[in-house]
Design a protein around this ligand. Structure first.
Ligand code: NI
Length: 170
């Protein structure tokens, strides 16, 4: 098990655009494993590579409940192919913005395409929590954070709080 440190707001790397992965080699497999270890340890339900400082297009998720067996999902070079018109508002949090939760409105269902660790192309439809989680994690690959969807007032309040903490940790 290899945990990696999770970058915290306002770390600049959280705002970078991640690079596509052209080959699934040992390094990528190890990164996926480390990301899952890091996510389970946090604990969280999703983690994107930029959150551990790797600017590569890979995300991991597990939405299984506590009493269910683990169900890790690894998505490499994921893209959302379509969004439903209907939206849903749910409370989101982020391991890079710890201890805060805000409501965000997003499309309720999506269709996503990605490569899995075996190198296979997968297309699937997702709804409910999975649809929200995928959208949240894929945003990370483009330097977008869920607080970007909040009102400016709320977002600035969050940013100030973390800028202050970073200065204090200095
Ligand atoms: Ni996040």
């Amino acid at each position: 098990m290899a945990k990696r440190p999770i970058l915290i707001l306002p770390d600049e790397r959280l705002r970078a655009i991640a690079e596509p992965i052209d080959k699934i080699d040992e390094g990528i497999r190890r990164l996926a494993e480390d990301m899952l270890d890091t996510m389970y340890d946090a604990p969280g339900i999703g983690l994107a590579a930029p959150q551990v400082g790797e600017l590569r297009r890979i995300v991991v998720m597990d939405l299984s409940k506590d009493d269910e067996p683990k169900a890790p999902i690894v998505m490499i070079n994921p893209e959302i192919l379509s969004y439903s018109d209907d939206t849903v508002t749910t409370e989101e949090g982020c391991l890079s913005i710890p201890e805060l939760y805000y409501e965000v409105e997003r499309p309720a269902e999506i269709k996503v395409r990605y490569t899995n660790l075996e190198g296979e192309t997968v297309e699937r439809e997702a709804g409910d929590r999975l649809a929200i989680c995928i959208q949240h994690e894929l945003d990370h690959l483009d330097g977008v954070l869920y607080i970007d969807y909040l009102s400016r007032l709320k977002r600035d309040r969050v940013l100030k709080k973390f800028q202050k903490q970073a200065r204090r940790a200095g």
